[in-house]
Design a protein around this ligand. Structure first.
Ligand code: COA
Ligand code: MG
Length: 304
């Protein structure tokens, strides 16, 4: 799958930002119809997104669209109009506040029909945003709901509201968490979601970081979600992309270390051993799997 280290959310009704997004370094551009669009601009956002998908040169970028949640009066029209109008230019649909596998079935069936009706040759993927207590409770069923699914995405602010967690920043998007709770306040929901995503062979994406001027805080938050198995993180501002691309790419040091592990184990196996010591640490078949995964990722990003 193409990398999804940085996913820039772009308000659907603000055309100027669409052009800016097409020029930025994000792996994925997500044109949003949900929470960055006020109720009286929902229709305009749909129309603008169709125009932008049809007319802007997105280059090598992956382009997705976030519809409104299925319990609103907007979702079915978002999906119908955008997929019919420009589905052949679209990589994926993001569904927010997925509470039940039925939300995925609904979108999957609609897309089956639209693709057949329009004769599209591409298959529009689905990304499910897990951002409620019930969504997390049902995450395994949701993750297994459709072969169209390619990611699960953690929605931190809505999840906080859903479980009644205390708000510690203005935006609610992952800031100053360490001041309230030792360690990582979102460790459990994020890890639970990562597990469901990986059990089905797809990517796990972390929520955005709200204080877009705090690069250090963003980096810390991204390093933490990377450590938990996330493959990328949403961004809400172009200024966050470089940090995310860097954190979610292997470093040269990581690549060199992996190469060392792989060559050491080759020597060990030739000598009839499964485990060997490298720089005072034990290296065995589990370490080898990690090293191979890292090299594969580096190769995918054309770093080796
Ligand atoms: N996508 C594309 N371009 C963006 C952008 C985005 N998400 N956020 C900012 N920009 C552009 C601005 O239009 C501006 O362009 P210009 O220099 O050509 O005028 C430039 O980047 C600098 O923006 P800045 O002035 O620093 O930010 P702002 O105060 O205008 O906006 C936000 C701040 C947070 C309101 C804005 O970044 C935003 O709307 N982000 C997306 C919010 C979102 O999608 N939320 C839902 C996801 S959870
Ligand atoms: Mg949300």
């Amino acid at each position: 799958m193409k990398p999804r280290r940085s996913i820039l959310s772009v308000p659907g009704h603000v055309e100027k930002m669409h052009h800016k997004a097409a020029q930025c370094a994000a792996d994925v551009i997500m044109l949003d119809m949900e929470d960055s669009v006020p109720a009286d601009a929902k229709e305009e956002a749909r129309k603008q997104i169709i125009r932008s998908l049809q007319s802007i040169d997105w280059g090598e970028k992956t382009v997705s669209v976030r519809i409104n949640s299925t319990d609103t009066p907007y979702a079915y029209r978002d999906l119908l109009e955008v997929a019919e109008g420009a589905g052949d230019r679209l990589d994926s649909i993001v569904i927010p506040k997925v509470n039940h596998p039925g939300d995925i079935h609904f979108a999957g069936r609609m897309l089956d029909g639209i693709e057949m009706n329009r004769g599209f040759s591409n298959c529009i993927a689905i990304e499910a945003s897990i951002e409620t207590a019930i969504g997390l409770d049902c995450v395994s069923e949701i993750a297994a709901a459709s072969p169209r699914l390619i990611t699960l995405v953690f929605g931190i602010a809505d999840y906080s509201a859903s479980v009644g967690a205390r708000l510690v920043s203005i935006s609610g998007h992952g800031e100053k968490e360490e001041e309230l709770y030792p360690g990582h306040r979102w460790h459990f929901p994020l890890s639970r979601m990562v597990m469901a995503a990986k059990a089905n062979g797809f990517m796990a994406i972390d929520a955005p970081y709200g204080n877009f001027k705090d690069t250090e805080g963003l980096k810390q938050s991204a390093v933490m979600s990377c450590a938990l198995g996330c493959d990328g993180k949403w961004a809400i501002h172009p200024g966050q992309i470089e940090t995310l691309n860097q954190v979610f790419s292997p470093s040269q040091e990581d690549i060199d270390r992996a190469a060392k592990v792989l060559s050491a184990i080759e020597g060990a196996e030739a000598g009839g051993r499964g485990a060997v010591a490298v720089e005072g640490r034990m290296v065995d078949q589990a370490t080898v799997r990690l090293a191979k995964q890292l090299v594969a990722q580096a190769r995918h990003l054309k770093m080796v």
